[in-house]
Design a protein around this ligand. Structure first.
Ligand SMILES: [Zn+2]
Ligand SMILES: [Zn+2]
Length: 770
């Protein structure tokens, strides 16, 4: 089904990144974004309908069974037929196509399904090649529903389709088909199918808020300019339009000063075919006197061909010598004690991060709100706890409705760029592209720090003279640990083979809990050494970035989304629970005028970092939740407030307060139970001050305290708010396979707080604490 937000987008015609309020004129330099009106003379919609037949004839049922019956009477009094596809699990209907389906963009099915069902389509050519639609998830309903499939576009010169295959799979015993309609729509409607939400369009693995310019649709904007202003934008060609004909197309930009001057620029699109991806452009407006300026983008292209390009980041830049820069770095899976400046017992060298701490503040006691990637980043970017965002797995994007840190910076007049290093944190799966002018994520294999930093650094010149908020996410410390050899050798002798079968090690973790990269491992010291090497490697890679002139006096926050268990608590090289291994993270804050080298001992909640960055940037008025970490430490409030965590998939919850750490297990765990049995509703209590590694469970010994803390934690759990921010989970099989490869096999999202825990549970373990 089409999400409602997409329909809204189409009606609005033009869109912004959600923060188009003009800034007050006297404020510090801000980016002035252009709002475009789109005018389109695209051809009207064409459609080709397939009615359900009175008998199957040459239609084939290749899976399940089919039954034909008379359909409901329609508004015009006619009665057609309906085909019921019957069968548990997979149901498949093959329909020979008697028309050329190539010019059509989408197929809409009228379907009745009594329960949840997933449907998709294949278009099959004579040579057997197949084009497959995205999967649509449907809820059960007694009434017919419309489900629209946007087909990936054809390459030019391809053969016609011979057959349409309709596939339904789910818990329904039957699915009723009433009709199928193929549609050709105005080119501008292409955005329907490719919008990642909020107008974000994808070119390669990069999303930007963009609008389409086609042969018959233009973009116009009117803006006030001043002396020295420049016009900047970026353009890209989505893959579906990268056909040979695009070589004849030219993007034209016209600036019209309404009688004072007129100027035209041409951008042949051929160049963008040779080097696909987004390209930044900037033109000076020195020929125009200050005042009103009309801007128009149009495309000159052969008629009747599906050609278009995207315009993003349209803005007027008043160049400033020293615009503010804010950089947020999240190092995935980075333990709080794996930092030289932390002065822990761990032998790991991080000279670059130590240098950052030396010119800023190091928070020694920072905890995250959860233990897995996307939920933690969503909490950091919204300053709302995962209990309330409802995002508790790595395949549930946060909805557009959630106000994000990027949107706050965008609203404050900043350019906003994000580079993440694993695909599941990319915009389609995380929803965190909102508010970012640009976001880039890798393909199926992760990027290392060097690659991601190179990408981010290459973008810096595009924001010269403009305030800039950057988010860099690094994935190096996450399993598989495969550091560059120069770092590996620092921590493990290069001539030693940790997989040597002749090595006998009595304390090896069971193979079933090890990542595939560690199967056959004989030396348990090896993965922990490689983990340290990954940390040193990412630290080294950060050196060049932090040395960039643009970042020399930037406001910089460095933290992690969660930590890692290196064999502690029966968890081997993963982060499957809420022990401090997994939720104690590094936090460094560097900014001009910081009292360099300060060590902050007071407790810090990582979700307060966003508010702190905004305040440090002078954006105290920006509407964004959270507590300022500096003032919370100063006033002592940080120590008074308990810190809560809720594990990914809602497997457990924890409360940390006054040096104590209590864990309440909520569900069977995906990993730990195979080793030590983290039973439902079991309580663990640790005294962090004396036992930072949480090795001695004191729940029995300090029963009263455990009872109080547990009651407090349960009260917190059942007061969960449903903000409606958890978007529909992705069921993309490729993504799920990637997540499984990284160790995320469970994808559980509870409906509400009472589903997290039954406060009146009568089980033995709960009764012991009543
Ligand atoms: Zn992570
Ligand atoms: Zn219980």
């Amino acid at each position: 089904m089409m999400p409602a937000r997409r329909i809204v987008l189409a009606l609005a015609g033009a869109f912004t990144c959600g923060c188009s309020e003009p800034p007050p004129p006297s404020s510090p330099p801000t980016v002035r974004r252009l709002t475009f009106e789109s005018s389109s003379t695209d051809e009207v919609r064409q459609a080709q309908r397939i009615e359900m037949p009175a008998e199957l004839g040459d239609w084939t049922v290749s899976s399940g069974k089919a039954r034909i019956a008379e359909d409901e009477e329609r508004a015009d009094g006619t009665v057609g037929f309906q085909v019921a596809l019957i069968g548990e699990g997979s149901k498949e209907l093959l329909i020979p196509l008697e028309f050329d389906a190539r010019p059509f963009h989408s197929a809409t099915l009228t379907v009745t399904t009594p329960s949840t069902e997933r449907m998709w389509l294949h278009l099959v050519r004579a040579d057997g090649s197949v084009r497959t639609s995205p999967i649509a998830s449907m809820e059960g309903s007694p009434a017919p529903q419309l489900v629209r499939f946007y087909m990936p576009r054809r390459r030019s010169g391809s053969e016609p389709f011979e057959e349409l295959v309709i596939v339904a799979e789910g818990v329904s015993r039957y699915v009723i088909l009433h009709s199928v309609e193929f549609s050709r729509e105005p080119l501008t409607n292409w955005t329907f199918a490719n919008d990642e939400g909020g107008g974000r369009m994808r070119v390669n693995n990069g999303a930007r808020t963009a609008q389409l310019v086609g042969p018959s649709s233009t973009l116009r904007s009117r803006i006030e300019i001043g002396p020295g202003d420049e016009l900047a934008f970026s353009l890209g060609i989505p893959e579906v339009f990268r056909n040979p004909k695009i070589g004849f197309a030219t993007l034209r930009l016209v600036a019209d000063g309404q009688g004072t001057a007129r100027k035209e620029w041409s951008y042949p699109l051929e160049k963008l075919i040779a080097a696909p991806g987004w390209r930044s452009e900037r033109v000076t407006l020195d020929d125009f006197p200050p005042g009103q300026l009309d801007i128009e983008f149009s495309l000159e292209a052969p008629q009747g061909v599906d050609l278009a390009c995207l315009i993003a980041e349209g803005r007027i830049v008043a160049r400033h010598a020293n615009p503010p820069t804010v950089l947020l770095i999240t190092s995935d899976t980075h333990r709080g004690d794996h930092l030289g400046a932390a002065r822990s017992a761990v032998q790991v060298t991080t000279p670059v991060l130590d240098g950052l701490a030396a010119r800023g503040l190091l928070f020694e006691d920072c905890f995250t709100s959860t233990n897995i990637t996307n939920p933690s980043h969503v909490a950091l970017m919204t300053a709302v706890h995962p209990r309330d965002t409802g995002v508790l797995t790595n395949n549930v994007p946060v909805a557009e409705a959630a106000p994000t840190l990027a949107e706050a910076f965008c609203g404050a007049g900043y350019r906003t760029f994000a580079v993440v290093s694993t695909r599941h944190l990319g915009d389609p799966t995380s929803g965190l592209g909102q508010g970012f002018d640009r976001m880039s994520w890798p393909g199926p294999s992760e990027c290392d720090a060097t690659q991601s930093i190179e990408k981010l650094a290459s973008w810096l010149p595009d924001a010269r003279g403009e305030p800039l908020f950057l988010w860099l996410h690094l994935f190096d410390a996450h399993i598989p640990y495969e550091p560059p050899s120069e770092f590996a050798e620092r921590y493990y002798p290069p001539d030693r083979d940790p997989f040597d079968p002749s090595l006998a090690e009595p304390t090896m973790p069971p193979a079933r809990v090890l990542h595939e990269s560690l199967l056959g491992l004989k030396d348990p010291a090896y993965p922990a050494a490689m983990y340290r090497a990954e940390v040193s490697a990412l630290d080294d890679a950060l050196g060049d970035l932090l040395a960039a002139a643009r970042l020399s006096d930037a406001i910089i926050g460095f933290t992690a989304d969660h930590g890692e268990s290196l064999g502690q608590h029966g968890i081997f090289f993963s982060h499957g629970d809420l022990y401090p291994d997994s939720i104690h993270v590094p936090l460094i804050l560097a900014y001009p005028r910081a009292a360099g080298g300060t060590r902050m001992a007071s407790p810090a909640s990582q979700t307060d970092l966003g508010r702190t960055l905004l305040d440090l940037a002078g954006e105290e008025q920006a509407d964004f939740p959270g507590r300022n970490l500096l003032s919370a430490a100063e006033t002592g409030t940080a120590a008074r407030v308990p810190r809560f965590a809720l594990a990914g998939n809602a497997t457990s919850a924890s409360l940390t307060h006054n040096g104590w750490h209590l864990i309440l297990h909520l569900r069977p765990h995906f990993e730990a139970p195979r080793l030590k049995g983290a039973e439902w509703h079991r309580v663990e209590l640790y005294h962090l001050t004396e036992d930072p590694g949480s090795t001695v469970d004191l729940a029995e010994l300090h029963h009263e305290l455990a009872r109080d803390l547990r009651a407090r934690l349960v009260r917190w759990l059942i007061s969960a708010r449903d903000l409606g921010w958890a978007h529909e989970a992705s069921a993309d099989p490729k993504l799920l396979a990637e997540l499984a490869r990284l160790g995320y096999t469970d994808q559980h999202t509870p409906e509400n707080g009472s589903e997290l825990i039954d406060a009146d549970c009568v089980c033995e373990r709960c009764a012991a604490f009543r």
